[in-house]
Write a protein that binds this ligand. Structure first.
Ligand SMILES: [Zn+2]
Length: 378
């Protein structure tokens, strides 16, 4: 076991991060750093297009390329099967191209094979690409838990034109996930709870770097969020969109792993227990969770209003109706009860079901009123 002082600080991050339009076409350069044998997991609906591009890229030289289409759930069984299959090939590096689930498979298989993994996100909908964990599901699609790894991705290759070509709702949802980074980091710092660095050993105290990144994450959203959305909805890459892609993927990812999550993500988990919420994405639920957390901690009203104004201006949910959840006492009680299994314990004050019930009720009412007042002015 590790001997660790309660004052020990910890930090983790991918080894390299590159981002820009057309960066995908440089993938060979990055995999060559690790060897000639490459295994790639690709989202099913991108498979033909990207396999074609990869085959051209790897046609020269004595390298081997093995591609897999991924379309199901990230289950223990699937990870074992793919790992066994790839053992014969002994790849030097495993690559994941696509959304969160495909990336999670690449991380898991790379880890099991003991080789580096490279992540190529095709959307910026969450901060999962940078992290050293995979979310695991059961065969029936229900959530089983997380695998935590001792290594982060070796390289993150972010092609901003690919992300600009994806539906804008993904980018907006990623901003919702990023919005929670500072709000949660402030609460976990005050609570003195450990971050997710070497999580299985108990984590570490936050670094100044982790705190600074959470702050930069929030500031970037406020400055560039609206204009980034405009660019993405027209499938063009501007500097503002570049900033927000970096914010959603790198700043938000480093921010949550190095500071831990708390109330906003607990509300996300609580919302998954009620009907209707499956129509919304992770970051959309987290955005509403930010409003709930700020109300629970009695945050400064100007800060709360700034967060609400941001959500309304980019089209993130600010009330239950926006999340397709009916405002009933039963629904709010269910959300509150289900959220208690998550990370409310990372707040700097005690939170119980009654606290969450009151905060969700108030957030819904205040958010709705705020939206009515502001949506024509923004
Ligand atoms: Zn998240």
């Amino acid at each position: 076991m590790l001997k660790r002082s309660e004052f020990s600080r910890g930090w983790c991050s991918p080894e390299r991060y590159v981002q820009g339009p057309g960066e995908f076409d440089n993938l060979r350069f990055y995999t060559d750093k690790f060897g000639k044998h490459v295994a790639v997991f690709i989202d099913r609906f991108l498979y033909e297009e990207y396999t074609g591009r990869l085959e051209k890229m790897y046609a020269v030289g004595d390298c081997t390329l093995r591609t897999f289409a991924f379309e199901s759930e990230v289950t223990e069984k699937l990870i074992c099967e793919r790992t066994e299959e790839l053992k014969k090939d002994s790849p030097d590096v495993v690559v994941g191209i696509g959304g969160g689930k495909t990336i999670d498979v690449a991380k898991a298989v790379g880890t099991r094979l003991g080789v580096p993994f490279i992540v190529v996100p095709t959307i910026a909908a969450t901060d999962a690409p940078t992290s050293s964990l995979s979310v695991i599901y059961r065969e029936d699609g229900s959530h089983e838990g997380e695998f935590f790894y001792d290594h982060s991705p070796a390289v993150l290759v972010v092609d901003t034109q690919i992300i600009a070509n994806a539906p804008v709702r993904f980018l907006v949802s990623g901003m919702g996930d990023a919005l929670a980074t500072l709000i949660e980091a402030d609460s976990t710092r005050k609570a003195g709870v450990p971050n997710l660095v070497y999580h299985t050993t108990g984590g570490f105290k936050q670094t100044l770097a982790g705190q600074a990144i959470a702050k930069a994450c929030y500031e970037s959203l406020m400055k560039y969020g609206v204009l980034a959305k405009e660019a993405c909805s027209r499938k063009v890459v501007t500097e503002a969109l570049e900033h927000i892609i970096e914010t959603n993927i790198l700043l938000s990812g480093l921010g949550f792993e190095n500071n831990a999550t708390s109330g906003a993500h607990s509300v996300n988990d609580g919302l998954t227990a009620v009907e209707g919420s499956s129509r919304t994405m992770h970051g959309e639920k987290v955005a509403f969770g930010c409003i709930v957390q700020l109300i629970a901690e009695c945050a400064d009203r100007a800060y709360l209003d700034e967060v609400l104004k941001f959500c309304v201006s980019v089209g993130l949910p600010v009330c239950l109706e926006d999340l397709y959840v009916e405002n009933t006492e039963e629904n709010i009680r269910t959300i509150a009860a289900a959220s208690m299994h998550s990370n409310w314990g990372n707040m700097p004050f005690p939170v119980d079901e009654a606290t969450v019930f009151a905060a969700v009720t108030t957030a819904d009412f205040y958010g709705k009123k705020f939206k009515m007042r502001w949506q024509n002015e923004i």
